[in-house]
Design a binder for this molecule. Structure first.
Ligand code: ADP
Ligand code: MG
Length: 489
């Protein structure tokens, strides 16, 4: 590799590399190409290997650890007409100019556990001008921010699983290089799945930095209110210059711009001013930019131009990990069977899980009762109503067979054709998520397998769901349908 020569720009090899990227573009779906491949650069080439530059470590890792490397190597081999192994390297970036804003000073995220203080908006909101040496003990949001950062919403309290791994990695990438590679960062999900937590986690990391970047954090509703007030007070200029002088602008729940034409216009200009100055913009929303009703096309395209990350509803294992962690942070070490019961009964919204947990811990402490499965079950029944009993395994089998067009007798047999094995693995995965059966029981129901096969299936399908949104959607659909077939209690 060392002997490889740097490929001159505009050489035939560059043309072939462009062709390689074209091939990848044709072979990928959704935003995969724009997110991971578009900005790759050819660095050097020899008979058997190609060196490719990536924007940052995040992209390098994602390509190497996902299933994207074979795709890249295949396209490169085709474009160059010989088998090539690919090696990715992070391209060195030009130094940020000293006056380009404090937020663009790159440094690694601080170690987990360092952000433990509540950011206070109280007294001194003034900012030490860059260049003076007066230290500030800790960072804070700009005093105009509407929220106070919650201690709990830090990265170390965020449980990462297949449903949020991408959004989490994207948030870390923004922390590392605000205003540079992923601007804007746009995180979307249904309610209660951790958008605000991630937004605040980013802020926690950034405000802990020296020198402190100016971070304004607003709910979209507040942005709208302020605009309306400024408009009626003839104070638009002040409104504008305030927002446009930030290093980082965070707007939570940007979908609130729906149906508000004039404010969309205003936000468009704010966005452009910040973007052009390489300031980081971070947005959250309940839907993808293109699904926000009546959002102007130019805003949709701006929002899409950075990194759009979706958070999916968490699978069983992630829900269980979150419950365990939240309970521990409330000083309560729940036993595994109670954790599983909670994760079982509340399957979509984490805020709801938290509500149930608070209720459980609160009731236990009031009545001085130990939290065991029975007690938890009782409290949850009061809270959520009767769930009508468990989903029978044969119903899961039935739903899977209907969706994947395989025969019931096949998935319960030992047949191993690809299609049948896939359906069986999906059924095992779903059974683990929506029932309380043991691995051994699940295995014996689906083809007389032992618990290690079930574990393997869970891991395999979990991995696929992580990489492939279609698999995720399929699983969600099957789970929804299966839950609709709960048996009598
Ligand atoms: P959203 O903004 O998407 O509506 P929030 O960020 O307010 O959701 O999250 C709701 C609750 O769930 C918060 O208490 C948050 O800490 C918690 N939560 C969500 N996702 C996670 C996670 N992955 N790990 C730990 N807690 C989480
Ligand atoms: Mg929120």
């Amino acid at each position: 590799m060392e002997s490889q020569e740097q490929v001159a720009p505009a050489s035939p090899d560059h043309t072939r590399f462009t062709h390689c990227l074209e091939l990848i573009k044709q072979r990928t779906k959704g935003p995969v190409f724009e997110t991971w491949f578009q900005k790759l650069e050819l660095i050097s080439l020899d008979e058997t290997a190609i060196r490719i530059g990536t924007l940052n470590q995040f992209v390098k890792q994602w390509i190497e650890e996902g299933e994207l490397l074979p795709l890249l190597e295949k396209a490169a081999s085709e474009a160059f007409g010989r088998p090539l192994k690919a090696a990715l390297v992070v391209k060195p970036r030009p130094q940020a100019s000293p006056d380009s804003g404090t937020a663009s000073v790159a440094s690694a995220p601080s170690a987990a556990g360092t952000v433990t203080t509540t950011t206070s908006l109280a007294s001194d909101g003034s900012r030490t001008p860059t260049g003076t040496t007066t230290p500030r003990p800790r960072g804070r949001l700009e005093p105009d921010s509407i929220v106070q950062l919650k201690d709990e919403y830090a990265f170390e309290n965020y449980v990462v699983g297949p449903s949020n791994r991408f959004a989490h990695a994207a948030a870390l990438a923004v922390v590392k290089n605000p205003g540079r590679d992923y601007n804007p960062l746009f995180i979307h999900s249904n309610v209660g799945l951790g958008k605000t937590h991630l937004l605040q986690a980013i802020c926690h990391e950034l405000v802990a930095r020296e020198p402190h970047p100016r971070i304004l954090y607003l709910s979209c509703e507040e942005f709208v209110n302020r605009f309306v007030t400024a408009l009626s007070n003839h104070a638009l200029e002040t409104f504008r210059s305030k927002h446009r002088s930030m290093d980082v602008l965070v707007i939570d729940d940007i979908h609130f711009l729906a149906d508000k034409r004039q404010i969309q216009e205003e936000f468009f200009h704010t966005f452009n001013a910040l973007y052009n100055a390489q300031k980081q913009i971070i947005l959250s929303s309940d839907s993808h930019p293109s699904e926000i009703p009546t959002l102007e096309e130019r805003l949709v395209s701006r929002f899409n131009s950075g990194l759009v990350a979706k958070i999916e509803p968490p699978p069983f294992e992630t829900r269980a990990a979150i419950i365990k962690k939240k309970a521990l942070s409330r000083g309560c070490d729940l036993s595994d069977d109670v954790v599983q019961l909670l994760a079982q009964r509340i399957d979509s919204n984490i805020r709801e899980i938290e509500g149930a947990l608070n209720r459980l811990i609160g009731t236990a402490s009031l009545t001085n009762t130990r939290i065991d499965r029975e007690f938890a079950s009782q409290v949850l029944r009061d809270l959520l109503g009767d769930d009508g009993g468990a989903v029978p395994l044969h119903e899961i089998a039935d739903v899977v067979c209907g969706k994947l067009r395989v025969k019931l007798t096949d998935i319960q047999s030992k047949r191993r054709t690809k299609k049948v094995a896939f359906a069986r693995h999906i059924a095992m995965f779903v059974a683990r998520n929506v029932t309380e059966h043991t691995l051994a029981e699940i295995g014996s129901h689906f083809g007389g397998k032992d618990h290690t096969t079930v574990l393997y299936a869970i891991e395999k399908i979990g991995g696929e769901a992580e990489r492939n949104p279609e698999t995720r959607a399929l699983i969600e659909e099957i789970q929804r349908e299966a839950r609709g077939r709960r048996g009598p209690r």
